[in-house]
Design a protein around this ligand. Sequence first.
Ligand code: ADP
Ligand code: MG
Length: 366
Amino acid sequence: PRATGGLLPWPRRVMVLLNPRSGTGCALQLFHSQVQPMLAEAAIEFTPFVTERPNHARELVRDKDLSQWDAVVVLAGDGLLHEVVNGLMERPDWEAAIKKPLCTLPGGSGNALAASINHYAGNTRATQEELLTNCTYLLCKGLYAPMDLVSLSTASGKRLFSFLSFGWGFISDVDIASEKYRRLGNARFTLGTFQKLAVLQVYKGRLSYLPVEMSLFPPSNGLPIHILPQPGSSLEDPLLVPFDQPVPKHWTVVPEEEFILIFAIYQSQLGADFIMAPSAKLHDSSMHLFYLKAGISRLALLRLFLAMDKGTHLDMNCPHLHYVPVRAFRLEPFTSTGLMTVDGEPLPCEPVQGQVHDQLCLCSAA
Ligand code: ADP
Ligand code: MG
């Protein structure tokens, strides 16, 4: 962590993106009652933008002259920050734009990054308004830290950037199915979990990954060539090979092909009371890959999810649950069952691969 007095300007003017449809629909009210007084105290000016439709935030950060602001603040859920990251990466000047400090203020029903940043800061688990105050405090202090981003590519040619998670199966289905209960706030996920437990589905596909350990000692041959990005061109993924080629030999191909869930998370918390990857950091050069093999009983699955409240699910030694930190992965579904999710947002089911990009962006954090 470092104060912005050194390399970055102290935030004087910030762009604030507000989603009136986030969570319980209180983002604007929270901004006026909680955030604005703290910004005034810190002498930070702001330009508010209330999003009018999906992708509005993405277009704003893609098209605006960002030099007028020292940081981009998102008071919403993880979904709006996902738009912001992708809007920045779509700019012709993405290399500079993605270094614009980002600040996530919890205003949605899913605020996983805010909860993670609160956890990394050493704070105790915080409820909504307390979490908002903690995150706004980091912004007012001008504290930033580098954050890894994951680049995802699909077989149909989509390119996405992600700061939180990629998933298929149980957790993704809960996320999508509980969208309609957004007004319940965080409780939407508990309700959704019980609903989906009743009708467990199996997802068939091939999962491959590059373990972090293997990427530290790669074989001397057979590795893709590292290509430096040309100015103006998009970011290269040196660890990935095209879908029509098998994954490199030093990758692991999972022998099982029937799953209840596959989930790669790059932050510690998936929700306010959902510690999925206890050891994850804002930048640790890894995706924390979990997969759950088919055949687990509903009771065992329920026990795992209850243990995630404290992050003790890995101590249960569940034979169906696998966990491995990875640098890259490929998932080739055999059927297009369900939707995949990226940062909690839906993605049609198709082959996807991705890799970590170390410290690609900057984020308000202690
Ligand atoms: P939540 O955590 O409650 O899901 P998010 O901030 O993640 O809240 O936003 C959810 C979705 O709302 C995002 O996919 C975003 O594109 C969309 N969105 C943004 N502005 C609007 C709007 N004015 N009306 C409807 N949807 C919007
Ligand atoms: Mg969301």
